[in-house]
Ligand binder design. Structure first.
Ligand SMILES: NC(=O)c1ccc[n+]([C@@H]2O[C@H](COP(=O)([O-])OP(=O)(O)OC[C@H]3O[C@@H](n4cnc5c(N)ncnc54)[C@H](OP(=O)(O)O)[C@@H]3O)[C@@H](O)[C@H]2O)c1
Length: 302
């Protein structure tokens, strides 16, 4: 199966942007599919189809595409099954489902149950659609990327590093390891899947650019900036309690607190898509290994 024409749902988003850029740079013929009422801005030169997200209109929009990538944000997750049905109806042969997280094996807190089920409904639909289809029929892939590390460090000081103020918060002993994939790696993972359709057929692939912990990141940040960062200590126990309280009381902020707890809670390994790089599909998909220093440089925007 050879894939050339690719439609991307959510092409202007946090991850859709680097994915679309990587696909175009790799020579794929990319079309962004966007909602009729979207206010998203796209790079010049990218073909954009503004479509009502109904089965008939999406099926028509996907006509002639070899593959579709779903990378919409949480607000659009409930539409994933419709996108899958439309892709199957249009003869799309590979649908990349919306994961870019920890896949089916995700050991997230029960508070994320409803959100997780919202994602897996679309994954289940893709699996049902692929059942019974022979070679050349509808197929799917999910890509588990773990923590989007350079983007997340830059965007969320709660991950422990304020890259503007150069201050750190180290949770517990700072030694809990997690795996991360940079925006470059996320883009390459999608390119890799569509370049290796047979090896990635009807399964989740796992990738990582780096495996690290907070203490290593602090050392890298201090090394790159050439100054000692002000360090405060905190515990994931306190963060967990605070996140759960906010969740119970319906207050905002609980998602990030529980996500960070999951990443750093000691001895749990919840933030790892795999124990080692060798257990992942990174080499097959061309997702290169990046050093902790490389990640720090990217997170600092240098
Ligand atoms: N592993 C992690 O820690 C992590 C972190 C962040 C995100 N993620 C995952 O990565 C994926 C993409 O997230 P993202 O942050 O890149 O998304 P995003 O930037 O929030 O949104 C991407 C696009 O989704 C479309 N969209 C938003 N709301 C929609 C709705 N109600 N209906 C239909 N489409 C809608 C929009 O496209 P148009 O305006 O063009 O229609 C938007 O530009 C998600 O699965 C998310 O959960 C994982």
């Amino acid at each position: 199966m050879s894939i050339h024409k690719v439609a991307v749902f959510g092409a202007s988003g946090n991850f859709g942007t680097p994915i679309t850029a990587a696909l175009a740079a790799a020579g794929f013929d990319v079309t962004a599919i966007s909602r009729l009422d979207s206010t998203s801005v796209f790079p010049p030169g990218l073909r954009v189809a503004r479509v009502a997200y109904t089965l008939p209109d999406l099926s028509q929009a996907l006509e002639g595409q070899d593959a579709a990538v779903c990378v919409v944000g949480p607000g659009g997750m409930h539409l994933q099954s419709t996108m899958v049905d439309a892709a199957a109806a249009a003869g799309v042969r590979r649908f990349i489902v919306d994961d870019f997280g920890w896949g089916r094996e995700s050991r997230s807190f029960p508070e994320f149950g409803e959100i997780h089920r919202g994602r897996t409904r679309g994954w289940d639909r893709a699996r049902e659609r692929a059942d019974g289809e022979g070679e050349g029929g509808f197929s799917w892939t999910g890509i588990s990327t773990g923590n989007p590390v350079d983007w997340a460090l830059r965007r969320f000081p709660m991950m422990g590093f304020d890259v503007v103020k150069r201050e750190a918060v180290i949770y517990d002993s700072g030694t809990e390891e997690f795996s991360g994939t940079t925006l470059e790696g996320i883009g390459q993972a999608v390119v890799g899947v569509l370049s290796h359709p047979e090896e990635t057929r009807n399964r989740f692939v796992r990738v990582m650019s780096v495996k690290t912990c907070q203490n290593e990141l602090l050392e890298a940040f201090e090394g790159v900036t050439g100054v000692k960062w002000e360090v405060r200590r905190d515990t994931t126990g306190r963060l967990l309690e605070s996140g759960r309280e906010k969740n119970r009381e319906g207050r905002p902020g609980w998602v990030l607190e529980l996500v960070v707890t999951q990443l750093f809670q000691e001895g749990e390994g919840r933030g790892l898509v795999a124990r080692t790089r060798e257990e992942t599909d990174s080499d097959l998909l061309g997702v290169r290994e990046e050093s902790v220093r490389d990640v720090a440089i990217k997170a600092l925007g240098l």
